[in-house]
Design a protein around this ligand. Structure first.
Ligand SMILES: [Zn+2]
Length: 315
């Protein structure tokens, strides 16, 4: 028997966030053919949100009319992908929510649905169509409002015993550091994130670094703009973030020896040029000599999280 490869294999990716549900039809090459977006309305409860996810998928299939090979759904939280269950997603106020089975039942077509943590979905996206093409060992660090991390080892995205693997955002880098939203103190995320960058800038303003930034109206965009105009406080805030990012990268290297370290997320992409030098320097100072020579530090290439989710459905 010949095994015929479908040259136009396509999947639907759905990125479920606390504010919006973004979905897209994506080809095996990562080309986006159609997109939709709607409000999540978390306050209406999980059943209604799952119904809305199904409605979006059904609408995409209907408006497109072509063949779809599977559905990938990314959720911001702790996910058991084998069971299709969201164990905990704080922003969604979800705990132990069965997602895959009710979703399958609500779809107009009989399709496989893959549910996964959103950052792990994004990592699969980088592996199939982005900055991790061609390597089986890499780490993805997504910097947004928080710090999300995912790792692939020997061609497999790692989950660990209870799905908590590669939660490096809550790796403690400073025992005396800032309080984190998770309840711990000094997590990497308290410095490497949107919130962290703003806290860094506030710190340097309090230390009277010259700056055009207004302490009571700090935003990440204002800090990046100021840094590009050589503002001392903004540059120091980014340097501190880059240094801490380098520590996270060094710990990832010590454990996993990735060939590539990919920086993504809204802020990670926007600030990549400003973070690269301090992160690389901090990283170089903290990894075993010889282990860093061939490690590439790259900007993420999959910008839409729905595209990453679609990658979950390509097996
Ligand atoms: Zn934390």
């Amino acid at each position: 028997m010949y095994k015929k490869r479908n040259v136009m294999q396509r999947a639907i990716g759905v990125d479920v966030g606390a504010t919006k549900i973004a979905s897209a039809i994506v080809t095996r090459d990562g080309v986006v053919q159609a997109t939709r977006q709607t409000a999540t309305r978390v306050e209406q409860g999980a059943d209604m949100v799952i119904r809305r996810i199904a409605d979006e998928i059904n609408a995409l299939m209907q408006q497109d009319g072509g063949e779809i090979s599977g559905i990938g759904v990314g959720v911001p939280g702790l996910v058991n992908p084998e069971a299709g269950i969201v164990i905990d997603a704080a922003n969604m106020r979800w705990q132990n929510i069965a997602l895959r089975e009710p979703l399958v039942a609500l779809l107009d077509a009989n399709l496989s649905v893959y549910v996964e943590n959103d950052v792990r979905g994004a990592a699969r996206g980088e592996f199939l169509f982005g900055a991790a093409r061609g390597v089986n060992d890499f780490v993805l660090l997504t910097i947004g409002s928080g710090l999300g991390t995912a790792a692939m080892v020997n061609g497999q995205i790692i989950h660990g015993a209870y799905f908590f693997a590669s939660e490096a955002g809550h790796f403690v880098i400073d025992p005396q550091g800032r309080a984190c939203t998770c309840g711990l103190r000094g997590c990497a995320e308290t410095v490497v994130s949107g919130r962290g960058l703003i806290a860094n800038a506030r710190e340097f303003l309090q230390r009277n670094y010259p700056s055009v930034l207004a302490p009571d109206a700090l935003t990440t965009t204002a800090i990046l703009d100021a840094a590009r105009a050589n503002d001392s406080a903004a540059l120091a805030a980014l340097e501190k973030m880059g240094e801490c990012l380098g520590i996270v990268m060094a710990s990832a290297s010590a454990w996993l020896n990735p060939a590539r370290i990919i920086i993504g997320g809204g802020l990670g992409n926007a600030a990549f040029d400003l973070l690269y030098a301090p992160a690389r320097e901090s990283y170089s100072q903290r990894v075993l000599r010889g282990s860093q020579a061939n490690v590439e530090i790259l900007r993420s290439q999959v910008e839409s999280s729905a595209v990453g989710a679609a990658a979950l459905a390509f097996r």
